[in-house]
Write a protein that binds this ligand. Structure first.
Ligand SMILES: [Zn+2]
Length: 302
């Protein structure tokens, strides 16, 4: 029997899964990034059931953090952290410059609405950039915009970086986004910036979700000369380890750890990002406390 032919839809109309692509305008001092998260986003959703507004915010934050990490010129990690006084009190996303991503959100009670103001109430957005070598940088802005993209744009404005805009979207299938940024060094060109951003503002959520970088840029900038670079794969992976959990436990101090041992017979820690469990019995705790003085140089990130 002849094998059934497999229908393959044309590549350019299918979103490229879990990939990030950089592009530049040949004649304009503007560059951009496009990201589409699929399995990497599903990996986050498998670990926690999120109410729709929280899911949407977290997915947009994942896309945004991937886009920001892709603008790093060095090896490092970008952490986007939101703390609020509303039902969503914590949201953390991390992405390395090698496009390894993880994220989580914490909320409690009923969600009064889907808008940022009611979800986060006086929220603060912190962006931390940690190069693998060199100084760590942190910028904090109040969450005043109506969308996460607007808040991030005000972060870029306040941190005196280059004019930057983002378009973000997320649902239960995928998270996607596009970033445009003025190029450094070259002369400022406000007309070019207005031209590319006005066209990008015509993008709708559906197009952002459904289109790969190539047809999306074709749809927006068919009159401009845009060069699109090779795709970089993006993946979900947690960098937690027993060693990093031990550093966190040591920071609790001996009294606190002894208290937990007496109460629970052992110490159990679940990584919030990936759900992996770590167990420490009395002997383990004694051992990790006894090397307390030797750990100053250990990486405290977990
Ligand atoms: Zn983990």
């Amino acid at each position: 029997m002849a094998p059934t032919p497999i229908y393959r839809p044309p590549q350019q109309i299918m979103p490229e899964h879990d990939s990030l692509r950089r592009f530049i305008f040949e004649q304009l001092p503007v560059q951009g990034r496009h990201v589409h998260l699929d399995a990497s986003w599903q990996a986050v959703l498998e670990r926690q059931h999120y109410p729709v507004p929280v899911r949407s915010l977290l997915g947009q934050a994942m896309a945004a953090t991937a886009l920001m990490s892709a603008t790093l010129k060095f090896d490092g990690v970008v952490t986007l952290q939101i703390r609020g006084n509303g039902p969503v009190h914590l949201l953390v996303v991390q992405c390395t410059s090698r496009m390894i991503l993880r994220g989580l959100a914490r909320w409690h009670g009923e969600l009064p609405g889907a808008d940022l103001g009611s979800l986060l109430a006086d929220g603060r957005l912190a962006i931390t950039i940690e190069p693998s070598k060199g100084e760590r940088y942190q910028g904090i802005v109040p969450l005043e915009g109506e969308t996460l993209a607007a808040c991030l744009e005000s972060y870029f404005l306040r941190s005196e970086q280059l004019p930057t805009r983002m378009w973000l979207t997320a649902d239960n299938e995928c998270a996607a986004g596009m970033l445009l940024q003025m190029m450094p060094a070259r002369q400022k060109d406000p007309d070019a910036w207005q031209h590319v951003t006005l066209l990008a503002d015509t993008l709708n959520q559906e197009e952002l979700k459904m289109l790969s970088a190539q047809p999306l840029l074709q749809r927006l900038y068919h009159e401009d000369d845009v060069r699109l670079f090779e795709a970089t794969p993006v993946a979900f992976r947690c960098q937690c380890s027993r060693a990093r959990i031990e550093v966190t436990l040591r920071s609790l101090g001996a009294d606190e750890l002894q208290g937990i041992l007496v109460e629970q017979g052992g110490v159990h820690v679940d990584c919030e990002f990936c759900g992996r469990g770590y167990d420490f019995d009395k002997v383990d705790v004694k051992a990790l406390l006894s090397v307390n003085s030797l750990v100053h140089t250990t990486d405290s990130r977990h």
